[in-house]
Design a protein around this ligand. Structure first.
Ligand SMILES: Nc1ncnc2c1ncn2[C@@H]1O[C@H](COP(=O)(O)OP(=O)(O)O)[C@@H](O)[C@H]1O
Ligand SMILES: [Mg+2]
Length: 422
């Protein structure tokens, strides 16, 4: 069958690499893709939310499955668009329809969902211009630091963690006043939870689920988790503290109630669920849901999935996921992200990348690259994920760092302390 992957980052390259290994795949297309995905399929220049253009591709290229990488097209209803179209409705989309995608598209919706289904998460209050005073008194009842979240999608920038109460109250007002545009017309005020985070991924057909390898990502630009937030500077899988006992708690208290909750709320959900978790004295709490795989976690996680991903996707589409096999490698896998100098602030694109062929033992997933004439050039803040396996994460990291040092482009940067906290 022909498959279309939507997206253009390291996650989509990792999908393309894995999907292309499936004997079930005929032609593979990536829209829009990047210089890395072009090695495993055909890139098609189209925006991820240009649904009519995607429709044309699907019909023209005789696509029989669409795998959606990023959240924006899901939240904007790509799956619903397919279901509403006579010619597209029988073509499976891996990723939830917009109602299920609200788990990520609205933090207030996600919080209501979790409280409704008894899923452990921080206490919260959702505030708008209409109940500002109640919101401020909820805030005053909390202990510092204060967590303020824009309700809607904000490309990973919509969360403020503030030590001072007055400043937090001021920020609530500024957020409601449009600091994040429409996304912060509602602000979720949360109790701060102190602990260590990890990402748990599940694939579900809306009824049964399978748990994919657990990972930890590193969001801050600076060593020791300091400095500005980024899209992600690297990831490690598995996560030592997310052991069997912890994962049993996660499954019983979080995964099962979530999948059941979607069902009992009448939300048909086919795709990935990403649980952003925090361990508070070894008890798991949900920080957030995402409705797609994480990036860069995917680049590490995918190296540990031995089974045919397309077979699992078929199980999702056909509602018989339980009959499919998911075999996970016991080895560790890591992703080390090479970024552009200056990122996540201002940075330049278009730097020529050389010595990509000097890599050995690692696999490169392109995050922000493109082909320009004979060259591969940088085309984003996050440029390349250098991914490796090893007996443990330290061994895998050593290999990634060795290969990362071989790649050349102007102002290359990566964090050299991944795993420091594990
Ligand atoms: N209630 C909380 N307690 C402590 N830290 C939090 C809390 N909520 C969010 N954070 C921190 O802020 C980060 C971003 O919040 P998250 O809800 O994941 O939003 P997003 O990923 O959409 O920016 C989390 O990874 C976590 O480090
Ligand atoms: Mg998050």
């Amino acid at each position: 069958m022909n498959i279309l992957i939507i997206g253009s980052g390291g996650r989509e390259h990792a999908f393309a690499w894995k999907i292309s290994q499936s004997p079930k795949v005929g032609q593979l297309y990536i829209a829009p893709g990047n210089a890395g995905t072009a090695r495993y399929g055909t890139n098609i220049e189209v925006g991820v939310t240009d649904f009519p253009a995607i429709r044309n591709i699907v019909l023209e290229k005789k696509i029989s499955m669409v795998v959606v990488g990023p959240e924006v097209p899901l939240v904007e209803g790509i799956h619903d668009y397919f279901l509403a179209d006579k010619l597209l409705k029988s073509i499976p989309v891996i990723g939830p329809a917009s109602e299920g995608a609200r788990l990520e598209g609205s933090k207030d919706f996600a919080k209501q969902f979790m409280f409704r289904h008894g899923i452990p998460t921080a206490r919260y209050f959702s505030v708008t211009k209409d109940n500002l005073e109640q919101g401020i008194s909820f805030l005053q009842g909390l202990k510092a630091p204060y967590v303020l979240k824009a309700d809607g999608l904000a490309a990973g920038k919509g969360v403020l963690i503030i030590d001072d109460l007055d400043e937090a109250a001021r920020s609530v007002r500024e957020m409601l006043g449009g600091m994040f545009g429409q996304a912060s017309e509602t602000v979720v005020i949360e109790e701060f939870l102190s602990g260590i985070e990890c990402s748990v991924f599940v694939i579900t057909d809306g009824n049964k689920y399978k748990i994919l390898p657990v990972a930890k990502d590193y969001k801050r630009i600076g060593e020791g988790d300091t400095g500005l937030n980024t899209g992600g500077m690297g990831a490690i899988s598995p996560v030592p503290f997310a052991d069997e006992i912890y994962m049993k708690k996660v499954e019983e208290r979080i995964i099962i109630p979530t999948v059941q909750g979607l069902k009992s709320d009448g939300i048909e959900y086919k795709g990935f669920i990403f649980f952003g978790l925090i361990s508070v004295q070894s008890e798991p709490f949900v920080i957030e849901y995402n409705v797609r795989m994480g990036d860069p976690e995917t680049e590490a996680v995918i190296l540990r999935i031995k089974s045919d991903l397309v077979d699992l996707f078929e199980g999702v589409a056909n509602g018989n996921l339980a009959e499919r096999e998911l075999v996970i490698d016991t080895d560790a896998a890591v992703a080390v992200m090479l970024v552009a100098g200056g990122y996540p602030g201002d940075y330049q694109k278009g730097a020529v990348i050389s010595d990509l062929d000097k890599i050995s033992g690692s696999i490169l997933f392109h995050a922000g690259t493109k082909i320009l004439g004979e060259d591969v050039v940088t085309n984003g803040g996050r440029v390349l994920a250098v991914c490796s396996k090893g007996k443990n994460f330290k061994e895998a990291l050593e290999l990634s760092y060795l290969n990362a040092s071989k790649i050349q482009y102007k102002d290359k940067f990566c964090r050299s302390d991944l795993g420091f906290d594990l």
